[in-house]
Design a protein around this ligand. Structure first.
Ligand code: AMP
Ligand code: GLY
Length: 428
């Protein structure tokens, strides 16, 4: 089996790492990849949005499985494009354009949840024509107000306003001034939910699905969850409140109704569903769907999967995922991201990274914003390297992740020192 993975982040390095371990995978290509994927697979200089070039590469290199890492090519219809190609017999682990709307449109996702009785925050949605209704709707609610641009906004489309004045101004920005371009020509307003956020993942072949481990990520740049949002500063799997009863709740109230709802709409969903959840006093509710794995969640979820990934892909391609018996490492996996100083605002690129030879421990380094420049590995993005490690519990895993971080250095390197600390206070 030959596999092509699209993307260049930590998630794609993990998918590459897991694919190359498979007994049945021959070649793994990554487009465009990073310095980490270059060490274990073949990087290909292709843009993930250049579907023509991706199709041509797949034909020329006898690719059997294509895995788009991020949502952009999926929402833009890479699956539909590939399926329309003649003489391209390929399995794509990702949803078509219609199913990708679960992530591509918040309004679409909310209507879908309502239709299928999937627990989520109460909402309504508005456009520039109904902005007065939107402001009236806000006045029937209490602070904080949650406003969401309908479309993809690079993870920045959610604004939580503490006051009515701020919420009104945000509506003006989004609907009248198109703050997020077309993505904010429609705005969803929903009730604020309180609780611990986490996510759980499923992999679907269009007929069957398997549930993958859950994780909690840390989005803010600053310790104590302060400061600007980032692509993710670290993650932990499992979360302390997950047990078989809770998992059953998540499956019967959320995961199964989601796949049943897709079938009811005669939508074929192939690929990963990322269920962004909040634990609302013991009841899981959906904050959002994504149609791909999370980053940095993949850096803690995939190491826990003991199954041969190639074998899972082969069964998925034949709509036989129901035959997969998931084997999940019981230990805790944590990851800590080292980022470029200044991120998520401006930061330097091209800074040389030094790796110290480290003692054998359970830590693995996954690359994100790195590239090879002459004989050096240099930074090429804000989030640079994720250090994942296993431990007997959260503290043990984190101790190993942080030990691994000590083996990396580059100018202005920053990382959060409090990943997972909030989970220590939660009871099982
Ligand atoms: P999203 O882009 O939908 O993941 O939203 C970004 C972040 O906004 C989430 O990770 C939550 O922290 C927060 N958020 C979104 N919706 C809600 C809500 N209804 N209640 C509380 N927080 C929310
Ligand atoms: N870590 C959140 C995401 O991948 O969207």
């Amino acid at each position: 089996m030959n596999v092509l993975i699209l993307g260049s982040g930590g998630r794609e390095h993990v998918l590459t790492w897991k694919s190359v371990q498979s007994a049945i995978v021959e070649h793994v290509y990554v487009a465009p990849g990073n310095a980490g994927t270059a060490q274990i697979a073949t990087n290909v200089d292709l843009s993930v949005m250049d579907f023509e070039a991706v199709a041509a590469f797949c034909k020329a290199n006898k690719i059997n499985v294509l895995i788009p890492g991020s949502e952009d090519p999926l929402v833009a219809g890479i699956v539909d494009f590939m399926e329309a190609q003649q003489d391209l017999d390929i399995f794509i682990l990702g949803p078509n354009k219609e199913s990708a709307q679960l992530e591509g449109s918040k309004e679409y996702a909310k209507a879908f949840m309502l239709e299928n009785n999937i627990p989520t925050a109460t909402y309504d949605s508005f456009t520039s024509e109904t902005i007065n209704e939107a402001k009236a709707y806000l006045r029937t609610k209490t602070a904080p107000y949650v406003l969401k641009a309908d479309g993809l906004a690079a993870g920045k489309g959610v604004v939580i306003s503490e006051t009515l004045e701020h919420a009104d101004a945000t509506l003006d920005d989004m609907l009248l001034d198109e703050k997020f371009g077309k993505a904010s020509s429609r705005v969803v307003i929903e009730d604020f939910l309180q609780g611990v956020e986490f996510s759980i993942f499923a992999m679907s072949d269009g007929e069957n699905y398997v549930i993958l481990p859950e994780a909690k990520d840390y989005k803010r740049i600053g310790e104590g969850d302060t400061g600007l949002n980032t692509g993710g500063m670290g993650a932990v799997s499992p979360v302390p409140f997950m047990n078989s009863d809770y998992l059953e709740k998540v499956e019967t109230q959320i995961i199964k109704p989601t796949f049943d709802g897709l079938k009811k709409r005669q939508m074929t969903f192939v690929g990963f569903v990322f269920f962004g959840l909040i634990n609302d006093n013991g009841d899981p509710k959906v904050i959002e769907y994504n149609v791909r794995m999370g980053d940095p969640e993949t850096e803690v979820v995939f190491p826990r999967i003991q199954n041969d990934f190639g074998a899972m892909l082969e069964l998925a391609a034949n709509k036989r995922l129901n035959e997969v018996k998931m084997r999940i490492d019981e230990r805790t996996c944590s990851t800590v991201f080292t980022v470029s100083g200044g991120y998520p605002e401006s930061y330097d690129k091209g800074t040389k990274i030094t790796f110290r030879p480290h003692e054998a421990n359970d830590a693995v380094i996954f690359h994100a914003g790195t590239k090879i420049q002459e004989h050096d590995i240099v930074t090429s993005g804000g989030r640079v390297l994720a250090v994942s490690a296993f431990g007997e519990d959260i503290q043990d895993a984190l101790r190993k992740s942080y030990n691994g971080v000590q083996n990396i250095s580059f100018d202005k390197m920053y990382y959060r020192k409090d990943i997972g600390q909030d989970l220590l206070t939660l009871s099982k």
